[in-house]
Design a protein around this ligand. Structure first.
Ligand code: GUN
Length: 298
C-alpha cells in the first residue's frame, strides 16, 4: 500500500488497483447519515430476521445493524431458534410486512435445513424488499423496471463505478449462478447503459481457464476457495471476489489474491472488498424503500 489518505488510490504489491470496499462503504454510510439527518423525518427502519445459530450469519447481521445505526437508521432484529418451524418464520416475516414502522426487511440466508426460503421471501412486500430477492423484485430486474436490486451484485456495480472500470463493450465472466449473486450480476452487467457482454460460468463449465482468460472483468461467486488463479486472468483485467469459504486456513475467497494481484489491473481484497459493499447497498436500498413507502421525499 502506498498512501493512506482517504482519496488516494491504493495499489497492491504487484501494481493492481486495490478496490477497497471498506473505504467505499464508509463513504456511502457517511453520505447516507447526512441525507437522513437532513430529511429530519420519522426514522427509517431496517428489520432483520435471523433463524438458527450459524455464527457467520450472526456476525453479518450484527454488522448490518451497526452500520445502519451509523447511517442514522433505526434497526430491529428478530431471532428464532434453529428448531423454528416454517409457519413460525412466515408469521414473523408477515408481521414485519404489515408493520408500517418497518421500511426494509432482510431475512438472513441460508435458513436452517428443512426450511424453504422461497415462501418466506415472497411474504416480503416488494417495496420493503431491501434484499431484492422476491419473485417480484427479480421479475422487475429481468424486465428492466426500477426496483430494489440484490445488494451484493449491486455492490459490485458500485465498486466498478467508483474505480472507473469501463464496462461498455467489455467482456465479463460471472462464475456462479445463485439467485443471491450470479444471476442478478449477469443482468446488471448486461443491462442497457452498462453494456458488458456477459458469460455465465458455473460448476459444469467445461474449461474455466479458457472461458475466463480473455475477459476484461471476472466476478467470482462460486464459493470455491482460490478457484481463480493467475492462469485465469488476462493482464490488466478487473477481478472481483465474492466468494467466502471457510477452510482449515480460515476464511478464503474464490480468488488466489497473491497470485492474481500480480497480473490484474484492479482487484478486490477478501475480506474488505465486496462484503462491506453488500452492507452499504443494503442501507441505500433501505432508504429507497422508505421513499417507495412515502416516508420521505426524494
Ligand atoms: N447471506 C449472505 N449474503 C446475504 C445477503 O446479501 N442477503 C441475505 N438475506 N442473506 C445473505
Amino acid at each position: 500500500m502506498t498512501d493512506s489518505s482517504p482519496s488516494a488510490v491504493q495499489l497492491t504489491e504487484g501494481g493492481a488497483v486495490l478496490m477497497n470496499g471498506n473505504r467505499l462503504r464508509d463513504e456511502i454510510v457517511a453520505e447516507l447519515a447526512i441525507e437522513i439527518e437532513r430529511l429530519g423525518s420519522p426514522a427509517v427502519c431496517l428489520a432483520t430476521v435471523l433463524v438458527g445459530d450459524d455464527k457467520p450469519s450472526r456476525l453479518y447481521v450484527k454488522s448490518k445493524h451497526k452500520k445502519a445505526q451509523q447511517a442514522g437508521m433505526l434497526s430491529r432484529h428478530v431471532e428464532l431458534g434453529a428448531d423454528a418451524t416454517q409457519a413460525e418464520v412466515e408469521t414473523v416475516v408477515g408481521e414485519l410486512a404489515d408493520d408500517p414502522s418497518v421500511h426494509g426487511i432482510l431475512v438472513q440466508l441460508p435458513l436452517p435445513d428443512g426450511l424453504d426460503p422461497e415462501p418466506v421471501l415472497d411474504l416480503v412486500p416488494p417495496e420493503k424488499d431491501v434484499d431484492g430477492l422476491t419473485e417480484r423484485s427479480m421479475g422487475r430486474l429481468v424486465r428492466g423496471k426500477p426496483g430494489l436490486v440484490p445488494c451484493t451484485p449491486l455492490g459490485v456495480m458500485r465498486l466498478l463505478e467508483r474505480y472507473g472500470i469501463e464496462t461498455a463493450g467489455k467482456t465479463a465472466v460471472v462464475i456462479g449462478r445463485s439467485t443471491l449473486v450470479g444471476l442478478p450480476q449477469v443482468l446488471l452487467l448486461g443491462r442497457k447503459g452498462v453494456d458488458a457482454t456477459v458469460t455465465l460460468a458455473h460448476s459444469r463449465t467445461a474449461d474455466l481457464v479458457e472461458t475466463c482468460r480473455n475477459a476484461d472483468i471476472i466476478v467470482a461467486a462460486a464459493g470455491i476457495a482460490k478457484l481463480i488463479g493467475a492462469e485465469h486472468v488476462k493482464p490488466g483485467a478487473t477481478v472481483i471476489d465474492v466468494g467466502v469459504s471457510r477452510t482449515g486456513d480460515g476464511i478464503q475467497g474464490d480468488v488466489d489474491f497473491d497470485a492474481v494481484q500480480a497480473i490484474a489491473g484492479a482487484i478486490t481484497p477478501m475480506p474488505g472488498g465486496t462484503g462491506p459493499m453488500t452492507i452499504a447497498c443494503l442501507l441505500q436500498n433501505t432508504l429507497t424503500a422508505a421513499r417507495l413507502q412515502g416516508l420521505v421525499e426524494d
